[in-house]
Design a binder for this molecule. Structure first.
Ligand code: PLP
Length: 461
């Protein structure tokens, strides 16, 4: 299957093997075993990715919102190789390794407030799952076993374990998976565009706050353990909540002793120009922040959560009552992943990438918003290096039409021919490029997207 050197793919054979044997994480079963479908990528550098036909494209979504420092970053690759040779694994149950201790310290240094203790997992789903299981454990140790309900949002996405999938409110991910759970409840997405119940931004915020308070009241605060929220709903279509939303929700959580879990799997590690978006972008110090993706720039899998001393202190030390938080991942704090993360953080720091994002992101947002001139574009939104162009044949409709639901994939195909990958989500084209992107590259990306949307626009006239 490989060439003699092991470095060149035999493309035809690999594609055949994939079609015959590989199940993807979003497998359309009707097409299983057929050759139509996924692109094989063979190399990548910086913000670019090259497919097996030799076409080099700007990777608009940076993998899946994760390749922060870009592809082919030697310091990270070297750190991975060096750690794999030094000591590739140790049992986190019985021993320590340097990279995980060093990384926990680094994350505690830049996490907001008193979020000072880190639990490592293997990715975003396991990070959120672990944070939620911590909440259950926490309330059991505190002797209030009923305080377990999780309040989530429609269109939120938190992962693919049973519990995190149950907490994910995107309708398309739920059928046939038995995800209804008594202790998970959904409130509205803070999306003014598709759900404009509340008039202007301030009125919409009041609508959302009232809904949250009513839900707490109707279920009883003594039964609610956590509010789980992405700062910006990413997979739900880059939904940026109204100003002041997170602060108001945090205050309500504090009033009822509900843990505020901020899922920063996408927004963490520079995407909004800071290590975490909770603070300063959204001006909150949550109880727990979950992270993954950008922590290693996608070079190797890693995730985790960082938790406040205030919360942890309530069930540790003399308050522990003999309890042990056994959440036993074999690969918790994996030395190779943590070494990659430390190198990634160093690359972000040495390259001044947070400041770079703060500089180029307003330009990215401004250019993206110009696409709103195209009649097919219903809404353009985003923050930092997260952007979304939502198409709507009827811009005043609250529901996407069947045409709308397929339009982003059509736009993505046109973009691909011209050198750009877009993440199509129904009617939405999402962009979240690597943090190293330059203004000229933003121009190229947006002009390819413009041309493709205009082409589709012309076809439907
Ligand atoms: N949380 C959020 C906000 C995500 O966007 C994702 C994945 O996209 C996850 C959790 C799950 O992460 P993973 O796919 O690494 O398990």
């Amino acid at each position: 299957m490989y060439s003699e050197t092991g470095s060149q793919w035999n493309v035809a054979e690999l594609e055949d093997a994939a079609h015959r044997h590989l199940i993807s994480p979003a497998e359309e079963l009707a097409k299983l075993g057929t050759s139509g479908g996924r692109t094989l990528f063979t190399s990548a550098d910086g913000i670019y990715i090259t497919d097996s036909r030799g076409r080099r494209m700007i990777d608009g979504p940076a993998g899946m919102w994760c390749t922060q420092v870009g592809y082919n970053c030697k310091p990270i690759a070297d750190a991975i190789a060096a750690q794999a040779l030094r000591i590739c694994y140790n049992s986190p149950w019985y021993s320590l390794n340097g990279p995980s201790a060093g990384l926990a310290r680094r994350i505690a240094e830049f996490a907001p407030g008193d979020l000072n203790h880190v639990f490592f997992t293997t990715g975003g789903s396991s990070a959120v799952d672990s944070a939620l299981r911590f909440m259950q454990f926490f309330n059991n140790v505190l002797g209030r076993p009923s305080k377990k309900t999780i309040i989530c949002r429609i269109d939120g996405y938190h992962g693919s374990t049973h519990l995190t999938a149950a907490c994910s409110g995107r309708a398309g991910n739920r059928p046939n998976f038995d995800l209804e759970m008594d202790n998970v409840t959904f409130i509205s997405a803070p999306n003014r565009y598709r759900h404009p119940q509340g008039g202007d931004e301030a009125a919409f915020l009041e609508f959302l706050v009232a809904e949250f308070e009513e839900r707490i009241e109707s279920l009883g605060p003594q039964n609610i353990g956590a509010f789980l929220a992405e700062p910006v709903l990413a997979s739900g279509g880059v939904i940026v909540p109204p100003k002041g939303y997170h602060r108001r929700f945090l205050e309500i959580c504090r009033k009822h002793d509900i843990l505020y879990i901020s899922d920063e799997v996408v927004t963490g590690f520079g995407r909004c120009g800071e290590w975490f978006a909770s603070e300063p972008a959204f001006d909150i110090v949550p109880d727990i922040i979950t992270f993954a993706k950008g922590v290693t720039s996608g070079y190797v899998p890693l995730g985790g959560f960082v938790i406040s001393d205030a919360v942890l202190g309530r069930i540790s030390g003399e308050n522990a009552k003999g309890s042990a938080y056994t959440n036993g991942y074999t690969y918790s704090g994996h030395p190779v992943s943590c070494a990659a993360a430390l190198a990634n953080i160093e690359v972000i720091e040495q390259g001044g990438l947070l400041a770079h994002v703060r500089e180029v992101a307003p330009y990215f947002q401004e250019q993206l918003r110009k696409l709103g001139e195209i009649p097919l574009v219903g809404d353009v939104r985003g923050i930092g290096l997260l952007g979304c162009v939502e198409c709507a044949t009827d811009p005043h409709s609250q529901a996407a039409t069947d045409f709308d639901k397929a339009v982003a994939a059509r736009i993505d195909r046109l973009c691909y021919e011209n050198g750009l990958i877009v993440r199509p989500i129904g009617s939405m084209c999402v962009l979240s490029p690597a943090l190293i992107i330059k203004k000229e590259e933003i121009d190229t990306m947006i002009s390819i997207l413009r041309e493709s949307i205009e082409k589709v626009q012309a076809e439907i006239r």
